[in-house]
Design a protein around this ligand. Structure first.
Ligand SMILES: NC(=O)c1ccc[n+]([C@@H]2O[C@H](COP(=O)([O-])OP(=O)(O)OC[C@H]3O[C@@H](n4cnc5c(N)ncnc54)[C@H](OP(=O)(O)O)[C@@H]3O)[C@@H](O)[C@H]2O)c1
Length: 253
């Protein structure tokens, strides 16, 4: 088992770092991706010493269309194959209507959707050939209901749910499981990076989950072959309401 390798994007903080720790604890070797090379190296050294696994790092900006090919080349140069893919890197992004720089919008779409599709395109065929693979695309509860706000974050996460469901159907019976993981509010750097610390401070504490719980639930859901998994008991209770036609009608009012 220990010769299996997990590739995790956005592994320098938050949920990605937690995925790295929990998969290393399961004996997976790691291939860690993010922009902050030095931080990745520190994390890699720590994980190697704590879990006795092989950890490779690759600094890449997934908003750059060249990044997935560069990552695939780094993986091939390291002589490993990817058995577990966690598409986790992401940010809140620009406001579609207010922020006027289109290149910034395009970079956001590249990071949130195209890079995920391309990493699936690059790594899933090998998993299918070998008869084993696990893929988690980190989506969000924001994918489950439209909200006013002018941003494009929720729609990019809705794409990840749709992509994961189709891939899961396509890969049924091949040994490759694909899951969209939909967390609600989670304690990570996400809100500070997006300049949303005040919003975080004013949101009720019961809506917030730890990265540990989100990742543990996500790994278990993927193992069980669930194509979409809402993480956090409270959000699982709320989800049927978010999905109902009546809630959608109400939000329009
Ligand atoms: N926290 C929440 O409440 C929440 C809820 C639902 C869904 N999510 C989703 O969970 C995922 C992880 O977010 P998080 O909460 O763990 O946030 P975080 O603590 O801010 O971590 C984000 C990670 O993504 C990486 N990243 C950002 N932009 C990147 C780029 N252009 N290229 C490569 N890596 C990039 C960052 O690394 P570098 O800065 O080093 O590149 C970092 O490792 C995201 O997809 C987010 O949308 C979060």
């Amino acid at each position: 088992m220990s010769e299996r390798t997990a590739l995790i994007t956005g592994a320098s903080a938050g949920l990605g770092l937690e995925f790295a720790e929990q998969l290393a604890a399961q004996g997976y070797n790691l291939f860690l991706i993010a922009r902050r090379a030095e931080r990745l190296e520190q994390i890699a050294a720590d994980l190697r010493s704590r879990f006795a696994v092989t950890v490779n790092t690759c600094s890449a900006d997934l908003a750059d269309p060249q990044a997935p090919d560069d990552i695939a080349l780094a993986v091939s140069n390291a002589g490993v194959s990817i058995d577990y893919l966690v598409n986790n890197a992401g940010s809140a992004g620009p406001d579609l209507l207010e922020d006027r720089d289109w290149s910034e919008q395009q970079a956001f779409l590249q990071l949130m959707m195209l890079s995920v599709a391309q990493l699936c395109h690059l790594f899933i065929p090998g998993m299918r050939e070998r008869g084993f693979g696990r893929v988690i695309n980190v989506s969000s509860v924001a994918a489950r209901i439209a909200q006013a706000g002018g941003c494009n974050y929720g729609p990019t996460k809705t794409y990840l749910v749709a992509l994961s469901e189709e891939l899961a159907l396509t890969l049924k019976g091949t040994g490759v499981n694909v899951s969209a993981l939909c967390p609600g509010f989670t304690h990570t750097d996400f809100h500070e990076v997006a300049g949303m610390s005040e919003m975080k401070a004013s949101t009720p504490r019961l809506l917030w989950y730890s990265a540990d719980v989100v990742v543990r639930e996500g790994l278990r859901a993927c193992e069980r072959g669930k194509p979409v998994y809402i993480s956090g008991r409270l959000y699982r209770l709320l989800d049927p309401f978010l999905q109902s036609v009546w809630t959608r009608k109400l939000t329009r009012l």
